[in-house]
Design a binder for this molecule. Structure first.
Ligand code: GZL
Length: 322
């Protein structure tokens, strides 16, 4: 009995000591075997882009030998904050997350800082005056993505052009910035007007519901500008149900370039896609190793991405990873 209890106690004690021994004060905490542990708080699983982003992070953590603790917040900020607090308590080596919205992070990130656990922002950034709360931000330039969408429309619109906009999640950096970049560019052509703009929350169902309402309320719609492919694909369903031809009667511009979006582009139902690269995993793990080792990293790491026309989509589809 004693041996058994000792063994059990021994195991508990050993694992506790291992955890405590390596985790004292966080920061360089690891699983005890020198392995880096990363706590990742993901936004959710709202879109094809997010699915590809999650796979990239999980695959690249494995490839890098980083022990990944992963959570899905179902697009709720309070769930991301809970996950970050849990990672702090577990004394992970590093925390990474994609902030679902730009604001409301200072308190929990201060807790991570006081626990000496470095934080990396990935995909989306935060709007905070205190840039000491995170080591770096790895992700796209969403304003530039909006500009690219606006540039295409300015080059391809003729005469009065009514645009309806399907915005991403309210308060999210990509929604705020893609709107900003697009408006900056179409301002050069007063004939182009955004006659309606509403959030579809980056989901296919959200895009479909909002587009159904726009089709009922707007006498003339020439273009849909959707902040991601999934909302654009939902809009296609609504446009077809209204007896119109997507890509012809109503032109569609989206952002992401995930496989379903690229297929619709190749089929002529979408007219132009601005790429937003979700494959951030490899860069994230390289940054994490540097940050845990106390090495300097750039404040900002911008991902490479392009744009696609219908012809370019046909050529690119066979090689697309996501
Ligand atoms: C952009 C990312 C956005 C995608 C959407 O980096 O945050 O969130 O464009 C996703 O598809 O839902």
């Amino acid at each position: 009995m004693l041996k058994k209890i000792t063994t059990v106690a021994g195991v508990v004690l050993l694992s506790a000591l291992t955890a405590c021994g390596s985790g004292g004060g966080g920061g360089t905490a690891s699983s005890g075997s020198g392995t880096i542990t990363m706590g990742f708080a993901q936004v959710g699983a709202e879109s094809g882009w997010r699915t590809a982003n999650t796979k990239s992070i999980q695959d690249e953590a494995k490839a890098a030998g980083i022990e990944l603790k992963f959570s899905d917040a179902q697009q709720k900020q309070e769930n991301q904050i809970k996950a970050i607090r849990s990672y702090i308590q577990q004394k992970v080596s590093v925390i990474a997350f994609s902030p679902v919205v730009e604001t409301g992070w200072d308190t929990v990130l201060l807790e991570a800082k006081r626990a000496n656990i470095p934080v990396i922002l990935t995909d989306r950034s935060i709007d905070s005056d205190d840039t000491s709360l995170y080591k770096t931000f790895l992700g796209s330039d969403f304003v530039e993505e909006g500009r690219r969408a606006g540039d295409w429309l300015v080059a391809n619109a003729s005469g009065p052009t009514n645009v309806v906009e399907l915005q991403g999640t309210t308060g999210a950096a990509p929604a705020i910035d893609r709107k900003k970049g697009f408006e900056e560019k179409i301002a050069s052509k007063p004939d182009i007007k955004v006659v309606a703009s509403q959030t579809g929350d980056f989901t296919r169902s959200g895009g479909k519901q909002v587009m159904e309402a726009f089709l009922k309320s707007q006498p003339k719609i020439d273009v849909v500008y959707a902040h991601n492919d999934d909302m654009g694909l939902g809009a296609i369903e609504a446009i077809k149900a209204a007896g119109k031809v997507p890509g012809k009667d109503i032109k569609i511009i989206t952002v992401d370039a995930v496989k379903d979006g690229m297929q619709a582009l190749a089929n002529g139902e979408i007219n132009f896609i601005v790429e937003c690269n979700p494959l951030l995993g490899k860069q994230l793990m390289e940054l994490a190793k540097k940050v845990v080792a106390g090495e300097e990293v750039p404040n900002r790491v911008v991902t490479e991405e392009g744009t696609f026309t219908q012809e370019q989509a046909k050529a690119a589809l066979p090689q697309r990873q996501y």
